[in-house]
Design a protein around this ligand. Structure first.
Ligand SMILES: C[S@@+](CC[C@H](N)C(=O)[O-])C[C@H]1O[C@@H](n2cnc3c(N)ncnc32)[C@H](O)[C@@H]1O
Length: 219
């Protein structure tokens, strides 16, 4: 997807992916990662997700990156926060409390920008990207995360021929082959969710699973 696609989605408020509450499967599985309080959590392709506010409420520091200024400014406004704003080579940084959100292209973040992130949380990020960008997302962006980093990845799986992405279907074989080079991947949960996602059924999708993975970066 080109940046214009996402800018237009935010401009038109077509943000069906946004949830009013923190991601339930994240709430269920995050503690199993045993990420210590105070650690920095990287949230790529962040939108204005409430997951960032939840991480901050748990004592984590958050580094999010998001293309859309509308999304970034909405996040702080919706949480009653007035961010400090500064420019860097990565984009425009908005920072308040424990949340720093960079308005810019995730692929422009280098190892220095990600150096003190000990965890990564991906909900609707990998699956927002078409195949060629998924490869860059894992082999370039995730490759810049420090060794020892762990993470939670939440994907969707459905018969891709039944509907166009995004969100794209990213099956377990693809997740494993994308991450195999640098990460150990453990499947934590697979759940059939078509009944809770009527819009997919309306579009002709006949089966829909969500899958939660634990990621552990190897040294
Ligand atoms: C499907 S949304 C998911 C947002 C968020 N993770 C959530 O769960 O609500 C994907 C987001 O990624 C952003 N995005 C897409 N490509 C990006 C890029 N290259 N760098 C930063 N953000 C990007 C889009 O603007 C959009 O807000």
């Amino acid at each position: 997807m080109q940046p214009d696609f996402w800018h237009q989605r935010w401009q038109d408020n077509q943000i069906g992916f946004h949830q009013d509450q923190p991601t339930p499967l994240m709430l269920k599985h995050w503690s199993s990662l045993q990420v210590p309080t105070g650690a920095r959590v990287f949230v790529p392709l962040a939108g204005k997700t409430r997951d960032m506010a939840w991480f901050a409420s748990q004592g984590y520091r958050v580094l999010g990156v998001e293309l859309s200024r509308i999304a970034v400014e909405a996040f702080f406004e919706e949480h009653g926060l007035t961010p400090a704003v500064r420019e860097s080579r990565y984009g425009t940084h908005y920072e308040a409390g424990n949340v720093e959100l960079v308005c810019g292209d995730a692929f422009a973040l280098d190892a220095a920008a990600l150096a003190d992130c000990s965890a990564v949380f991906d909900r609707a990020a990998l699956i927002a990207l078409p195949p060629a960008l998924r490869e860059r997302y894992v082999h370039e962006l995730h490759a810049r995360l420090p060794s020892g980093c762990c993470g939670l990845l939440i994907t969707l799986e459905y018969p891709q021929h039944e509907k166009d992405g995004p969100p794209f279907s990213v099956i377990e074989d693809e997740v494993r082959s994308l991450y195999a080079r640098d990460w150990n991947v453990t499947t934590l949960e697979r759940r059939a969710i078509l009944e809770q996602q009527p819009k997919f059924a309306e579009e002709g999708v006949t089966a829909l699973d969500t899958v939660v993975y634990r990621l552990q970066r190897r040294d």
